[in-house]
Design a binder for this molecule. Structure first.
Ligand code: PLP
Length: 456
C-alpha cells in the first residue's frame, strides 16, 4: 500500500471533504520533508508553504535553533505532570511571555499553559467564569464576540464564537451574544464606492461599528463576563481586517464598564502583524490573552492563556478557590523549550526587521491582483495577504458557493508550486518569515497565475 492508499483507508482529516479524494485522478500531496519556506512531497515536488502550515510555522521548517533546542530537551526530560510540579522551561517561558506582552509598559501577566488555540480559549472562558462565580459577581454569565469570529472547535470555544463553521452545532453551544464586526469590505455602513480599492475608507470619521459595540455593552453590561476578539484580523472569517483605532476604543469602553476583554492572538501573535502581538499595534493590554500556533515556532503543540495578575488573585487563598481546569500535556517541556528557542530567534535574528521588509515587498506585489476583474478586495496586514474573489466587483456580490472559486484557484496553485488554503472565496497568503523576497514573488506569481487560469 502507498501512503496515499493507507491514508485514504484509515485516516480522517479535519475540514476535508472526501469528495475530491474519491476521484481516482486526485493526488493527495504526501509531505515528507520541510526546510525553511519549502515542503517536499514523496515524489520530490517542492512547494512553497504559503500558509505556514495552517498559520503556525513562523520561522520556516526545521529552523536549526529550534531543532537543537528540542533535541537538547529530549536529553533531559520528555514530559512531566504540571499538577503541583514545575520545571525550568515553563517558568522561564511564562516570565518571558509576561515581558514581551507588557514588560514594564503594562500589567503583569500570569500564564496558564495548554495545548492548542481552542484549549487556550476554553481555559480563558472557564477562568473568567470561575472568577466571577467566586468573587461576588455570579450574574456575569454572558460572553460577547464579533460576527464570524472563530476561536477553535471545542464546544466552549464554539459557544463564544459566531463562525459559519459552527452553525450546525447551535444546540450544543451555550448562549452567548454577538455584534457586527468592524470588517469594512462587508460592512453595511461602508460608504466606500463599490469597486473602490480602499474598502476601509468607509471607516474614516465614521464609527457606526463602535456605536454598535457601545450599545451592546450598555444593554448587557451588568451580565457580561467578557468580550472576545481577534485583534486587528479575524482570520477564519476570511482575513477580515479591522480599522486602526477600533481596538483602542474597545479597550476604553470595556474598562469604563468593568467588563473583561480577551484577546485571541492565536493567529495574530508572534510577528504575523509585524509586532509580537496584534494588541501591541494599538498599545492596549487585554485582561486575558490566548496564544498558540506560532508560540513554538510551529514545531509542537503548546498554548498559553495569559491572565492579569489581579484576576489570578481571585483564585488564591482557600484551597477551594483553585482553578478547576487542566490538561495532561499542560506545559510540556519539549514545547516550552521550542517556544524559548523561537522567542530567542525573534530577539536575536532581526526577525521583526525582516517582517517589515517583506511586508513592504508583499504590498507592492499584491497590487497585481487588482487587474483581475473578479478580485473585489485586496487586504494586507503585516505578512497576511487576502484577496477576496467576487462575481461582480461593482456590487461586491459573491460567487455561488457551489462554484468553489477559492478552492479551485488554490488547487491550481499547487501545480505552480504553492500550497495554500483559502477561506471560502478569500485567497490567503500567510508566508513563513524566513521567506526571501524571491520566495514571496514566487508565491504571489503562482497564485496570480492560478487565478487567471481558473477564472480567465
Ligand atoms: C484566531 C484563532 N483562534 C483559535 C484558533 C483555534 O486554534 P487551534 O486550531 O490550534 O485549536 C484558531 C485556528 O485557526 C484561530 O485562528
Amino acid at each position: 500500500m502507498t501512503t496515499e492508499q493507507r491514508d485514504k483507508a484509515f485516516v480522517w482529516h479535519p475540514f476535508t471533504p472526501d469528495q475530491p479524494w474519491r476521484n481516482p485522478d486526485y493526488r493527495t500531496p504526501v509531505i515528507v520533508r520541510g526546510e525553511g519556506p519549502y515542503l517536499w512531497d514523496e515524489e520530490g515536488n517542492r512547494y512553497w508553504d504559503g500558509n505556514s502550515s495552517i498559520w503556525t510555522n513562523v520561522h520556516g521548517h526545521r529552523h536549526p535553533r529550534l531543532v537543537a533546542a528540542i533535541r537538547d530537551q529530549l536529553e533531559r526530560i520528555d514530559h512531566v505532570s504540571f499538577l503541583g510540579l514545575s520545571h525550568p522551561w515553563a517558568a522561564e517561558l511564562a516570565e518571558k511571555l509576561s515581558a514581551i506582552t507588557a514588560g514594564d509598559r503594562g500589567p503583569a501577566y500570569r500564564t496558564f499553559f495548554s495545548d492548542d488555540g481552542a484549549t487556550a480559549i476554553e481555559a480563558a472562558v472557564k477562568i473568567v467564569w470561575q472568577y466571577f462565580q467566586q468573587n461576588g459577581q455570579p450574574q456575569r454569565d454572558l460572553f460577547l464576540s464579533l460576527a464570524e469570529s472563530y476561536h477553535g472547535d471545542t464546544v466552549g470555544a464554539m459557544s463564544v464564537a459566531q463562525s459559519r463553521f459552527h452553525r450546525l452545532f447551535g444546540p450544543l453551544r451555550f448562549p452567548s451574544l454577538s455584534i457586527q464586526a468592524p470588517a469594512c469590505y462587508r460592512c453595511s455602513f461602508n460608504r466606500a464606492a463599490a469597486g473602490s480599492r480602499d474598502a476601509r475608507q468607509g471607516r474614516r470619521g465614521s464609527w457606526e461599528c463602535l456605536r454598535v459595540l457601545e450599545e451592546a455593552l450598555d444593554r448587557h453590561g451588568h451580565r457580561l463576563a467578557a468580550l472576545l476578539i481577534e485583534p486587528k484580523v479575524q482570520a477564519a472569517a476570511g482575513m477580515w481586517m479591522h480599522p486602526d483605532g477600533y481596538l483602542r476604543e474597545l479597550d476604553r469602553l470595556c474598562r469604563e464598564r468593568g467588563i473583561f476583554w480577551i484577546a485571541d492572538e492565536v493567529f495574530t501573535g508572534f510577528g504575523r502583524l509585524g509586532r509580537w502581538f496584534g494588541c501591541e499595534r494599538e498599545g492596549v493590554f487585554p485582561d486575558l490573552i490566548c496564544l498558540a500556533k506560532g508560540l513554538t515556532g510551529g514545531m509542537t503543540p503548546l498554548a498559553a492563556t495569559l491572565v492579569r495578575e489581579e484576576i489570578y488573585a481571585g483564585f488564591t487563598g482557600e484551597k477551594g478557590r483553585a482553578l478547576l481546569h487542566g490538561h495532561s500535556y499542560t506545559a510540556n517541556p519539549i514545547g516550552c523549550a521550542a517556544a524559548l528557542a523561537s522567542l530567542a530567534v525573534f530577539e536575536e535574528e532581526g526577525v521583526f526587521e525582516r517582517i517589515a521588509r517583506r511586508a513592504e515587498a508583499l504590498s507592492g506585489l499584491s497590487e497585481r491582483f487588482w487587474q483581475h476583474p473578479h478580485v473585489g478586495d485586496v487586504r494586507q496586514e503585516g505578512l497576511v495577504l487576502a484577496v477576496e474573489l467576487v462575481e461582480r466587483r461593482a456590487d461586491r456580490s459573491p460567487f455561488p458557493a457551489a462554484r468553489e472559486a477559492g478552492f479551485r484557484v488554490c488547487e491550481r496553485a499547487r501545480a505552480h508550486g504553492l500550497l495554500t488554503r483559502p477561506v471560502g472565496d478569500v485567497l490567503v497568503l500567510v508566508p513563513p518569515f524566513c521567506a526571501s523576497a524571491d520566495d514571496l514573488a514566487g508565491m504571489v506569481g503562482a497564485l496570480e497565475q492560478a487565478l487567471w487560469e481558473e477564472l480567465p
